[in-house]
Design a protein around this ligand. Sequence first.
Ligand SMILES: C[S@@+](CC[C@H](N)C(=O)[O-])C[C@H]1O[C@@H](n2cnc3c(N)ncnc32)[C@H](O)[C@@H]1O
Length: 245
Amino acid sequence: MTTNYDPIAEQYQRSKQQPWRTFVECFTLMNLVGDTRGMAVLDVACGEGFYTRMIRQRGAARVTGVDLSHGMIDLARAQEARYQLGIEYIVADARELPNTGQFDLAVAAYLLNYARTSNELQAMCHGIARSLKSGGRFVTVNCNPAMIFSVAPSYRKYGFETNVEGPWQEGAPIKWTFHLSDGPFDIENYHLDVALHEEAFRKAGFREVRWHAPQLSSEALMEKDQDFWSTLLEYPPMTFIECFK
Ligand SMILES: C[S@@+](CC[C@H](N)C(=O)[O-])C[C@H]1O[C@@H](n2cnc3c(N)ncnc32)[C@H](O)[C@@H]1O
């Protein structure tokens, strides 16, 4: 089990190919991200740059990716060397976000669920809010703080499982096991509830917060029927949040 992505960077990259990622996660997140043409965009916890590249390819003028993991940033830079998109990648901790300029939009896919305490969550939200211009927006997909993972259903048919050992409380670890063709790997997130998120957003200076449920793309139904997707949509392990500065 790990929060260190260096040893699992390549496996995590491959987990992005699972159909739920494309038809639910990516579809919903990119709908919320919207039109980024001409914008300066910061991708925090960018990993190997999956969304960072997508945002740049959709016309953002300047895109910067930040991640704590050298292994993830190495993969991101390798792709940058290959595709020359003009993205800058920085190794940094989102709890102490360096000053990388002012952005129109900040994106974070699965960052806030690495905060183990409300102080860590607050530090992440402050750094992100500080990086945004006035009127800027923060869009994130995250392990769902409203889901009680100790009683969550099985998501095995989508290619992953979640598991909680020990009491369900603030900071409780949530293990995600991803099943790939060559075997499983684990990552660990932490639970902080919806109220703590709301408080952290407001204290960081966001004036409005909107929570969004996952959406299913029409292509998803060509792949599998509605019944297949129902567990993921009715008991969503991830949520989407939009914050306005
Ligand atoms: C689940 S991965 C998501 C990567 C990428 N956003 C994506 O969707 O493909 C979570 C990422 O968060 C990064 N991370 C965790 N804690 C962090 C922190 N405090 N600061 C910056 N990055 C962090 C990890 O290194 C990892 O790359």
